[in-house]
Design a protein. Sequence first.
Length: 385
Amino acid sequence: MPVSARAQALPPYIFARMEDDIDAMRRENRLVVDLGISDPDLPPPHGVAAALVQAVAEPGSYRYPPYGGIDGLRQQVADWYRRRFAVNLDPATEVLITGGSKEALIHVALATTDPKDAVLVPDPGYPAYHIPSALFDLEEISVALRPGNHFLPDWTEVRPEQWKRIRLGYLNYPNNPTGVLAPDNFWRQTIDLAARHGWTLVSDLAYVDIVYQGRARSVMEFPGAKDVALETLTFSKSYSMQGLRLGAVVGNAKILKAMYRVESQINAGVYVPIQTAGIQALKSGMEPEVLSQYRKRRDYVAVQLARLDFQVPPPPATLYFWLPMAPGVSGTQFSRALLHKAGVALTPGAAFGPSSDRFVRLSFTAPLSMLSRAFEAWHRALPIT
């Protein structure tokens, strides 16, 4: 049977492929500690589970939900922005509820681009940013995030003729995988560039609450953002609700209207009890103990990595260490060797961009007992390559 060229152009999704490798090893009764995927293990905020269960029992809870989200959750997202960032949003026109942020990050391309347009993608960056170019016949323009520039894009590297073709660009601060924050002047400069060249800026605010030093900023805090930008939220990282698949997009009303048309054709909305649980999560906020646990893990991992001669500072935000490889060693080579020799799974940097395979990403969404076990096995397996 025929298979489309579009499907064949898609690379295997790195985390699905890693899951297959790990499952194969576990079927051989080998212990594997997965520090590759970011799958929060701590509980959701107090009251979320009860709100979900109560809503499931409500009459009519199994009917089709509103395509753009229930009014209560859209209002709660707007209220959260006002409390958190002093940003005013119209819940009817400037907030859209989605089935997590991953699908929204992909579907926004359908609302903002046409075939042969260009999309701006950071390298390294979340793997989903690469999907629109493969699925929707777009040109991908990669912009490097280098340590020497604090893992911020240097916009002077984008050529004038490229700006003419760019219609969409992704940014993610606090940043996955590097853990850095972006300064205010960077956001102002980027909003100005988007306005001048006529492209939609998408700020992926997945790690807004997981900050140890400094403060996460919303792009919506800056003048002119609503004219050019959208921002995606996810309930996965802050609230450990990743299995429920709940997110939101806020910002430019015109683009959100186009996104609504796309989403209503592809999806049937998010199950109402899940949205009800989301209302409770936003009211409660991320539990302080959750951030405290992540901080303890981060500090423990930093000490263990230093013992392994990785001289990297603890990240100021997110759930990751971005580890540079020794000269001549690729992240793909290192992560494969570590998995098979020590049973420790990390994500090769190549998953995040074509220029990032001299790094690997370590996620600390595992309890300290498992982190300890992973580093003990890592030490025993030295040298890795």
